[in-house]
Design a protein. Structure first.
Length: 362
C-alpha cells in the first residue's frame, strides 16, 4: 500500500511538472507550434501507442510538419542515472522523434550526462519555485504595470472658412467624430508616446513622475491633415468637407498626461537551467506569471530576450501601456541588463489607449 502511495504521489508531481513545462514553452515557440501534454504517439516497432510527457510539433506557414520534440519529465529527489537516458534513446528512435529533452528536478549522474551527450539527448534541470520561496522573496516578487492617462482639455481647428473652438465644433456630430479620430491617429502614429517614454518617463524622471499619481504633464500639439501617408501622420479621407466648416487645415489640441499604476503579485514561477555552469545562475529559460483581478502578465526569459505577454482582464479604454517593473532581475541575478533585450509579445487595442475627451466633444 505504501509503495502504491509513493508511486501515486510521484505521478501527481510528475503531472505538475509536465504542465509547468508546457506552460514554460508556450511563449518561447512560434505561432505554428502545437504543445501537448500526455500525448500518445505510435511506436514504429511494436505499433502500440506510447505516452509522451510533453510533445511539441513545429509546423511551417503552409501547415507542413517541420520537426517534433519529446520532453520527458521527472519530479524526483533522487539523482537520475544512465538507465533513464538509455530508455529515452530507444524511445526517441522507435517513435521517430527528431529531438529529445529530459528534465529532472534533481540532477543527473556524470555517466548519464556523458551518454546523453553522445546520443544527442538534451538534459535540463527544472526548478518550479515554491510558495515558500515566493513568500521569502515577498518584497521583491511583485510587479508594476505603468500606464498613462491622456486627457484632451482644449482643442480648435483652422479650416478654409475660419477658426473654430471646441464649443463650436461640438455642434456637429460628424466633425466631432472626425477630430477625435484624427487626434487619436496622430498620437498613435507620430511617435509621441515613444518620445514621451524616452524623454520624460526615463533617465531618472520616471520614478518622480510615478511617485505621485497626482502628477501631470501638459503638452500642446498642432498638425495638418494631409492627403498622403507619411512617417508622422496617418490619416484617411483628408479633404472631406463638414457642413459649413470647410476643409480642415490645422488641428490644435492640448493634452494632460497623468500616471496610472497597477500593482500585482507574482503567482507562478518556473525555471529550466543547465547545472554544468553554476546552478540557477545559468538559466536557459524562465517564466513568471503576475496577476490580479485586473491584469495578467507573463514574463519570459529565453536567449537573452525578455518577452512580456499582457492580458487585461478589465479593459481600461483610456489607459495606455507604457512599461512595467517586473521582478525578473531579482529572480535571475545573472541577467545582464545592458545586453538583455525586451519584447512585448502582443499589443492588443486595449493597451494602446484612447484619448479621453470628456465633455469637450461629447
Amino acid at each position: 500500500m505504501r509503495r502504491n502511495n509513493i508511486l501515486s504521489k510521484n505521478k501527481e508531481k510528475g503531472r505538475i511538472l509536465e504542465q509547468n513545462y508546457k506552460w514554460l514553452w508556450e511563449l518561447g515557440v512560434n505561432k505554428n507550434c502545437i504543445i501537448t501534454t500526455n500525448k500518445y504517439y505510435k511506436d514504429s516497432v511494436t505499433g502500440e501507442d506510447r505516452e509522451l510527457d510533453v510533445f511539441i510539433e513545429n509546423y511551417d506557414d503552409k501547415g507542413n510538419l517541420i520537426n517534433t520534440t519529446m520532453v520527458e519529465c521527472r519530479n524526483r529527489k533522487n539523482i537520475q542515472d544512465v538507465r533513464w537516458v538509455e530508455e529515452v534513446v530507444t524511445k526517441k528512435k522507435d517513435l521517430k522523434i527528431d529531438r529529445a529533452i529530459i528534465v529532472t528536478t534533481s540532477d543527473f549522474t556524470e555517466p548519464a550526462r556523458k551518454k546523453a551527450k553522445y546520443y544527442n539527448i538534451e538534459v535540463e534541470r527544472s526548478s518550479p519555485l515554491t510558495n515558500e520561496f515566493i513568500e521569502n522573496q515577498k518584497k521583491e516578487c511583485k510587479a508594476l504595470a505603468k500606464f498613462i492617462f491622456m486627457e484632451c482639455v482644449d482643442l480648435s481647428i483652422i479650416t478654409s472658412t475660419g477658426f473654430y473652438n471646441y464649443k463650436q465644433l461640438s455642434e456637429s456630430k460628424e466633425i466631432k467624430k472626425y477630430i477625435k479620430r484624427q487626434i487619436n491617429e496622430f498620437v498613435r502614429c507620430n511617435g509621441f508616446v515613444t518620445d514621451l517614454q524616452r524623454n520624460i518617463l526615463s533617465g531618472g524622471t520616471e520614478k518622480n513622475f510615478y511617485k505621485n499619481l497626482n502628477n501631470l504633464i501638459t503638452a500642446d500639439f498642432n498638425f495638418s491633415p494631409r492627403t498622403e501617408h507619411d512617417n508622422s501622420i496617418c490619416i484617411e479621407n483628408l479633404n472631406n468637407n463638414f457642413l459649413n466648416f470647410g476643409t480642415v487645415h490645422t488641428i490644435f489640441f492640448r493634452l494632460i498626461i497623468r500616471p496610472k499604476i497597477i500593482e500585482f503579485p507574482l503567482s507562478k514561477v518556473i525555471t529550466i537551467f543547465d547545472d554544468e555552469v553554476e546552478k540557477i545562475n545559468s538559466n536557459k529559460r524562465h517564466k513568471s506569471l503576475y496577476e490580479n483581478e485586473k491584469i495578467e502578465v507573463s514574463c519570459q526569459f529565453h536567449n537573452e530576450k525578455i518577452h512580456y505577454h499582457m492580458k487585461l482582464k478589465q479593459i481600461n479604454r483610456y489607459w495606455r501601456y507604457i512599461g512595467g517593473d517586473m521582478t525578473l532581475y531579482a529572480l535571475l541575478e545573472n541577467i545582464d541588463k545592458e545586453k538583455t533585450t525586451f519584447d512585448i509579445e502582443n499589443s492588443p487595442e486595449d493597451i494602446l489607449g484612447e484619448i479621453y475627451f470628456g465633455d469637450l466633444l461629447d
